[in-house]
Design a protein around this ligand. Structure first.
Ligand code: FMN
Length: 171
């Protein structure tokens, strides 16, 4: 296992638009042996309920969602260089069908009982504080419905998961 250092929020100098939207990350959840991860590019970081939080958006069909609901914890792991190509695999296959960690060779690490990916360069470990399924009628921008939630995806809105940031971990 690699050594990670936890960092105070005020020392974090990262750009969430690049981290999430451009590079992508692995969202990991579970407990003990029952852990899974999936690729994400939707995520936000800020303050809510007087806590430092990260929000991620997960579609109903994802195995990771089942583990988030079950365990109440999750993490987001960010990668550098060649390892970013692994994100494709964590999208293509569902953890319901195979153990993505065993196949990819990535390793699960744990911080305060919260699983994250040991091979990452930076991770945020969180405990779940709030979740809500986005209702179609609450989406004000009709372009969002047209582009993301029509045709086969009608009604298939994402659930918003807000996690309190327990620690930022830098390798
Ligand atoms: C670039 C990229 C970004 C993705 N972002 C998300 C996301 O933010 N939320 C989501 O629910 N699925 C997202 N996905 C899809 C999941 O990674 C994919 O469905 C995965 O197989 C789910 O795995 P699981 O069933 O093991 O949880 C994304 C896929 C790609 C390629």
């Amino acid at each position: 296992m690699h050594t990670f250092q936890d960092m105070p929020a005020e020392l974090i100098e990262r750009d969430p638009f690049t981290d999430f939207g451009v590079d992508g990350a692995l969202l990991t959840s579970g407990v003990g042996e029952r852990v899974n991860a999936m690729t994400i590019t939707w995520g936000t970081m800020g303050v809510l309920f007087n806590m430092n939080v990260v929000t991620v958006f997960v579609e109903d069909s994802r195995y990771t969602k089942e583990l988030m609901d079950w365990s109440g914890v999750f993490s987001i792991s960010f990668f550098e260089g060649k390892q970013k190509s692994l994100l494709k695999y964590f999208d293509k296959v569902s953890g319901r069908r195979e153990n993505k960690f065993a196949t990819s060779g990535l390793t699960v690490n744990e911080h305060k009982g919260i699983p994250f990916v040991d091979d990452c360069s930076f991770a945020i470990v969180c405990r779940l504080v709030c979740r809500t399924k986005i209702k179609e009628e609450d989406i004000i921008d009709s372009d969002v419905i047209a582009k993301l939630y029509s045709g086969d995806n009608k009604g298939n809105t994402h659930t918003m998961y807000v996690g309190e940031i327990v620690d930022f971990l830098a390798r």
